[in-house]
Design a protein around this ligand. Structure first.
Ligand code: 13P
Length: 251
């Protein structure tokens, strides 16, 4: 059966020292505690190796927030999936709306990233989500379906089965305006249906689909209570243990 997952996405926040301190504090807070979900933290590249070495990575999985769409070579400033894996990170966030919007990452590019992540044993956390104008125009189901199909449906069944999906409506990210639990459920069920049509009911039932966008300690319980919402991808509220822990405990 699919897993419940609460994953943090620190984005471009925290110096190495601050990030290390936060990761250690979270690790200590989770020690000896039983939680009903997998916990992951997504951190900037430069934090990965230090954090993976400083915490119990069986308790907290470590994720990169991106990886290159090329294997290796003359791509100044890029970080490959092989390099990410060599740090001890086991996950990589791919296709975040900020990467799509500000760094022009298109489906063909994202498809390459997903393939390279999988080839290096990393679990992609693949993000999809519509912008406000698309929701208002009523095209959100189509938009999200296209994002999933274009980047992922070339994968073989066993590879697709290794992916975690995250639905992040762009209008809910960092805005304080969360999707309602019904809106999240409706979209997650839609995504699961598309996956079922392509890969079969079993793969669809096993696929964890996380919700992201202004998720916090107050609204997490209701969001996670919906049958197709398998957890959260958390931005702002993952930047302190005080705010992140109630979301983990919402399961
Ligand atoms: P916020 O939780 O800050 O809205 O960010 C969500 C997000 O983008 C996680 O990837």
């Amino acid at each position: 059966m699919r897993k419940n997952i609460v994953a943090g996405n620190w984005k471009m926040n925290k110096t190495l020292q601050e990030g290390l301190a936060l990761a250690k504090e979270l690790d200590a807070a989770l020690k000896g505690r039983t939680v009903n979900c997998d916990v992951i933290i997504g951190t900037p590249f430069i934090h990965l190796a230090s954090i993976a070495a400083a915490i119990d990575t069986t308790r907290i999985g470590v994720a990169a927030e991106n990886c290159a769409d090329k294997e290796s070579g003359a791509y100044t400033g890029e970080v490959s999936a092989t390099m990410v894996a060599s740090t001890g990170a086991r996950y990589v966030i791919i296709g975040h709306s900020e990467r799509r919007a500000y760094y022009h990452e298109t489906s063909p590019i994202l498809m390459e990233k997903v393939k390279l992540a999988l080839a290096n044993g990393l679990t992609p956390i693949f993000c999809v989500g519509e912008v406000l104008a698309e929701r208002e125009a009523g095209t959100h189901f189509e938009v999200v379906a296209r994002q999933v199909e274009e980047a992922l449906f070339g994968l073989k069944k066993e590879d697709f089965g290794k992916i975690v999906l995250a639905y992040e409506p762009v209008w809910a990210i960092g805005t304080g305006r969360t999707a309602t639990a019904d809106q999240a459920q409706e979209m997650h069920a839609h995504i699961r249906q598309i996956v079922a049509a392509r890969y079969g009911e079993e793969v669809a039932a096993d696929c964890s689909i996380l919700y992201g966008g202004s998720c916090n300690g107050e609204n997490a319980k209701e969001l996670f209570s919906r049958p197709d919402v398998d957890g959260g991808l958390i931005g702002g509220a993952s930047l302190s243990v005080e705010k992140f822990m109630p979301i983990i405990e919402a399961f």
